[in-house]
Write a protein of this length. Structure first.
Length: 231
């Protein structure tokens, strides 16, 4: 029986969630049989009925419903033990958990300030209203005001990426010689930007640029199978 994954979509076919992107890559890594269900902000009630919480992605595996991208990745590892590991050994699992927390608390928090207004262009009207009302109180300003400061925010993001840049100067992937879930976590932030804005957050010629290009090409160009932001 195929897994069923509910993932956030925006306007048309735009795949707008970094959390869904990391699980899409995890599914490809595990060669999982999965049916994807596009989920809009207006579908929150359906998600709450299924999972007793309102966020996606969630997956349905028979009678089990798993929420939160970290929990989903752990579930995939458990049900496909004979397929390439997402984590490696227990020590690598612990390190990947740190990377998960670092990406969400540092990279994503800085990055999202740079394209809030652009992001509205890939959302349907209901999504636009929800995104503005939920994000502006967190930013303490309008999306437009936050984005207007992105020339100041970008150097902060580049600084936050310095450990990543140095690591990728020593090895091909975050996980070492081959990509694993740690790479999918970090790449999801850069893929989020690719889906949200034409503003470039990666320094040309950097190790991160090299790695990002490699990640984009994985799994028959998975990262380019859906439309990016309008010009």
């Amino acid at each position: 029986m195929a897994l069923v994954m509910y993932e956030r979509v925006g306007l048309g076919e735009h795949r707008i969630s970094p959390f869904s992107w990391r699980i899409r890559f995890a599914m490809a890594h595990k060669k999982a049989d999965v049916e994807y269900i596009p989920t809009r902000f207006s579908d929150v009630a359906k998600i709450e009925r299924l999972s007793s919480q309102k966020f996606v992605p969630i997956i349905v595996d028979g009678t089990k419903v798993i929420a939160d991208s970290w929990n989903i990745a752990r579930h995939l590892e458990a049900i496909y033990p004979d397929r390439p590991s997402l984590f490696g050994d227990e020590a690598s699992l612990a390190t990947t958990r740190f990377i998960n927390l670092w990406a969400e608390s540092t990279l994503m928090r800085t990055a999202r300030m740079m394209w809030g207004a652009d992001f509205l262009k890939v959302l349907d009207p209901e999504g636009t209203a929800y995104f503005r009302s939920s994000r502006e109180p967190v930013y303490g300003m309008t999306l437009e005001a936050a984005q207007a400061k992105r020339a100041e925010t970008l150097p902060q993001f580049v600084d936050a990426c310095l450990p990543l840049e140095r690591l990728l100067g020593e090895q091909a992937f975050v996980s070492g010689t081959t990509p694993r879930y740690a790479d999918y976590i970090v790449f999801s932030v850069f893929q989020w930007a690719r889906m949200a804005t034409r503003f470039e957050i990666v320094t040309a010629g950097s190790q991160i640029a090299r790695w990002r290009s490699t990640m984009i090409g994985l799994y028959d160009g998975l990262a380019d199978k859906f439309p990016g932001p309008p010009a």
